[in-house]
Design a protein around this ligand. Structure first.
Ligand code: FMN
Ligand code: EPS
Length: 393
């Protein structure tokens, strides 16, 4: 069974990532994992922490001579900031007297609900794990998922389509989205070059006023054949699995598949993607049945339909404000300002990269469930046999 999990606190020694159920023989390139983690650290509007971290995954198990061997893959990702927190966080070696409590919970964070739930008078113990620092470990796991999908010709990429009030352009083809996702520009990652100025202005406005912004990222899966996922059980539907995967990311508050949101206020004749028939032999993973548009976002009846799978994640504005909202002191019960140390102001590109990882992990799970195989060779044989079958349909 393909699954993954993470452990680690934001300012603890390291994050831990574990992926199991990976077939043997899958190439795992540490440079590729590092590159994915680097991508998650980019974007205009990130705070001081990103200047401290240089994420790298250290592989402890499951990979020999650059290829998976079927056993669980364990990885650690160091938190460079840990050395600055050893005395602040009351870990065994730390000095509890120097501990910096978060004593007035921050609206929009897990602070208050977590303090109540776990009986803490200090939200520090909650925020350490609630922090989106954890998404770095998900990206390491996602890089493994992408490494399984890529030899099958299945690619995942993301781009930003909204930052605050600025609506950005949507490229027409996957090749363009892939190019935007792979941009080297450090500050404007995952943003179409034509949109940079507007995106930057939107973030600058928030920076000036001590406020924050949210936005929308879009993840696209290209090359997934029709029939992955199923309509037969609610918890095996591809749309449901993708929604959970993306919604589980920190600050994501809505998930949309294809034209899901505007479809609700449109007529059926304009929404549904008419089916046509191309007589000639289709390429690779495709069939003779084609569509001229993809409002369904590549999923009908909980299954991929052969078109690009399009999933959008809607992010609320970042919760920690330089001009904090009102809160209440756990100690005195007096109304005070919410705690503030430092914070990101906008994270849409970074969240999009984490979204890619979650989508790749969900798709890899469905692909492995459908095609099986303990080795990449076996998986590929099963996958190609099926593709041949649907090409001939
Ligand atoms: C990549 C990324 C970076 C984030 N950075 C911050 C941050 O610096 N400050 C902040 O208040 N929230 C940040 N968040 C969002 C919080 O982690 C999140 O809103 C909080 O844990 C509460 O969880 P919820 O919004 O999912 O309910 C970030 C989210 C992501 C995806
Ligand atoms: C560390 C990361 O993001 C962090 C997510 C985060 C939050 O509250 O979610 C708060 C900030 O951490 P800090 O309080 O240390 O400045 C971000 O930097 C990361 O993305 O790697």
């Amino acid at each position: 069974m393909f699954r993954f999990s993470t452990a680690g606190e934001s300012h603890g020694e390291a994050l831990v990532a574990m992926v199991s159920g990976v077939p043997a023989g899958v190439e795992v390139d540490p440079a590729f994992i590092s590159r994915e983690m680097w991508r998650r650290q980019q974007g205009y509007g990130r705070g001081g922490r990103m200047r401290i971290e240089q994420d790298q995954a250290h592989i402890l198990s499951g990979v020999r001579h650059g290829k998976t061997i079927g056993s669980p893959i364990a990885m650690t990702i160091a938190n460079n900031d840990w050395k600055n927190w050893q005395e602040i966080l009351p870990v065994e070696t730390g000095d509890a007297a120097k501990h910096k409590a978060v004593a007035s919970p921050r609206p929009g964070h897990a602070d208050l609900a977590g303090a109540l739930k776990y009986d803490f008078k200090d939200a520090r113990y909650v925020l350490e794990r609630a922090s989106a620092r954890e998404s770095a470990a998900r990206v390491a796991c996602g890089a493994i998922a992408k490494s399984i999908l890529l030899p099958l010709g299945i690619e995942v990429a993301s781009h930003v389509i909204r930052v605050g009030e600025a609506e950005l352009s949507r490229p027409a083809t996957f090749a363009e989205i892939r190019a935007i996702a792979g941009r080297e520009q450090v500050m404007l990652a995952c943003v179409d070059p034509g949109d940079e100025a507007r995106m930057k202005a939107e973030v600058d406005k928030a920076l000036r006023t001590g406020d924050t912004v949210g936005g929308i990222f879009e993840v696209v899966v290209h090359g997934l054949p029709a029939g992955v996922g199923t309509h037969v059980n609610w918890d095996e539907r591809l749309d449901g699995l993708l929604a959970q995967a993306v919604m589980s990311l920190q600050a994501v508050k809505a998930v949309e598949i294809g034209r899901g949101v505007t479809a609700a206020s449109s007529q059926g004749s304009t929404v549904h993607d008419a089916i046509t028939y191309a007589g000639e032999e289709p390429a690779e993973h495709y069939t003779r049945f084609t569509r001229e548009q993809n409002n369904a976002g590549g999923i009908e009846g909980g299954m991929s339909n052969g078109e690009d799978v399009v999933v959008r994640g809607y992010l609320k504005p970042i919760s920690t404000l330089r001009r904090p909202l009102a809160s209440v002191s756990f100690e005195t019960r007096e109304v005070t300002k919410a705690s503030y140390e430092r914070s990101d102001v906008a994270v849409v590109p970074a969240a999009g990269v984490a979204g890619e990882a979650m989508v790749a992990l969900a798709v890899a799970r469905c692909v492995l469930e459908k095609f099986g195989g303990d080795s990449l060779r076996e998986l590929r044989r099963n996958f190609e046999g099926y593709c041949e079958q649907i090409r001939a349909f």
